[in-house]
Design a binder for this molecule. Sequence first.
Ligand code: FAD
Length: 500
Amino acid sequence: MDYHSDHQPRVVIIGAGFAGLGAAATLVKHGVTNLVILEALDRAGGRVLTHKPFGAAALELGATWIHGQKGNPLYKMAKERGLLAEEGSNMVSCQPASVTPEDYFFNEQGKQLPPSQVEKVTCFFNRLMSQINQEDYKPECESWSVGEYLDSEFALSNLSKAEGSESIYEWCKRLECVDEACNSMYEFSLNQLSLYTALDGPFYNSLGSKGYQGVLDVLIDQLPSNTLRCHKPVQCIHWEGSSSISKESKHPVNVVCADGEQFPADHAIVTVSLGCLKERASTLFDPPLPNGKTEAIQRLGFGTVAKIFLEFSEPFWPDDCAGIQLVWEQGPESPKGYSDGCKKQSWRSEWFKKIGGFDCVPMHKSTLCGWITGLAAEHMETLPESEVGEVCVSLLKKFTGWPVTELRGVLRSRWHSNPYIRGSYTNVPLGVDAVKEQMALAEPLPSTYQRKIQQPLQVLFAGEATHPNFYTTTHGAYMSGIREAERLIKLYENKAQPRL
Ligand SMILES: Cc1cc2nc3c(=O)[nH]c(=O)nc-3n(C[C@H](O)[C@H](O)[C@H](O)COP(=O)(O)OP(=O)(O)OC[C@H]3O[C@@H](n4cnc5c(N)ncnc54)[C@H](O)[C@@H]3O)c2cc1C
């Protein structure tokens, strides 16, 4: 579409993650260049953060993989530009959600668990999870949590009678919390799990030496200069009905930053995380959001997943080791561990029990990456990095009995502590109707159902949480940005050719 500069709608995008960049690149592609992206942080990328702290190779503090290939626009983009890791290279390994034969499992007595037993339990667990994902579960259990259902199936299986299998099964639940960004599988809805769509093709696609930053750069390079304004936290989005918008104003929207700078606009596309909306929606919009949207923000879940990178002077694990997994006898995943956690808030004193294990990091031969989720992860973020490192080293010594080499560096993510992120990604808590809430979240303002609209599509909503099938992912975020940009483009196309 060709817009003449004096007729161009003015668009302000709030947030420069994949959703914001996807929206901006799409608008630019269609000739809409009267736009600005306001980003609170000092960088674009949001929950994507490629770091190079321990040497030249990239470490990802946020998103690591491109999930699935067929129909994934980010996979296509990365492949076409040679940004993917070469197939077969060691960058393609490290996959937290699947256990490889090279994972070493230890219990807290320092005993390595027999790989055959680990394999039996993890295969059983993965089979159950894939049945749940395909809605192949007992219909009478529909309103249960995933944790309850898994427990009941495990109890019925022969595996539950084999000594030592239960603690491995509990470990599987802990690992699953990474995928679902949840505190516990008991808080997570069974009948909503299948809404997430896994795209065909290998699920874990790793990026090459430029990391995820390389993909972000493809989008950033498509923007006209000065489109991206960093260090610009937005304080309030005034839209139709706000007393601060004068009747004479040509623009129905006014976006005000914390430093006082104002950005009058025809449309604002809000891409801030669900975590930010939960914390700040009541002051971020004037007039306030309608009830349906506020309820959707409250009802959908936004959990924390954190990574702890540990750099050692040299590897102390065998060459064939892909990861060191920690199996507790009475972990936070067991029904008792969970109820104790709720009562005694043990995630504060025993936060480290929520670390699933430490994976070897491709291209960093002396580095391990620990994964931790939920309230324990949020607590871990508040501790000094040195304390986190010491606790991890003592766990590694206790479980493996191996001579742990000198710890040279610690780097952990702090997504929950970040005031402009407030967690990691969306999940669907027990009893929530995800389709209904995601539709309410994505609904533009003023609502299309309202009558006498002065100007439609004043405030639009994108971001990972608004995608009905690909929520939690970078491609979901990116596609939601494209969706909102296309909504605007369609509006102007319809205006140019009014229907008779
Ligand atoms: C640890 C971790 C691992 C992950 N792993 C994967 C993975 O392997 N694969 C995958 O596909 N996905 C993964 N994800 C999820 C993926 O990173 C996100 O779904 C995606 O990046 C979200 O993009 P977004 O644009 O919706 O939101 P964000 O990236 O959160 O972007 C929103 C932007 O808005 C800005 N903002 C917030 N408030 C304001 C304000 N008031 N004013 C101005 N700007 C503001 C923020 O600073 C941020 O830059 C992971 C996430 C985490 C945290």
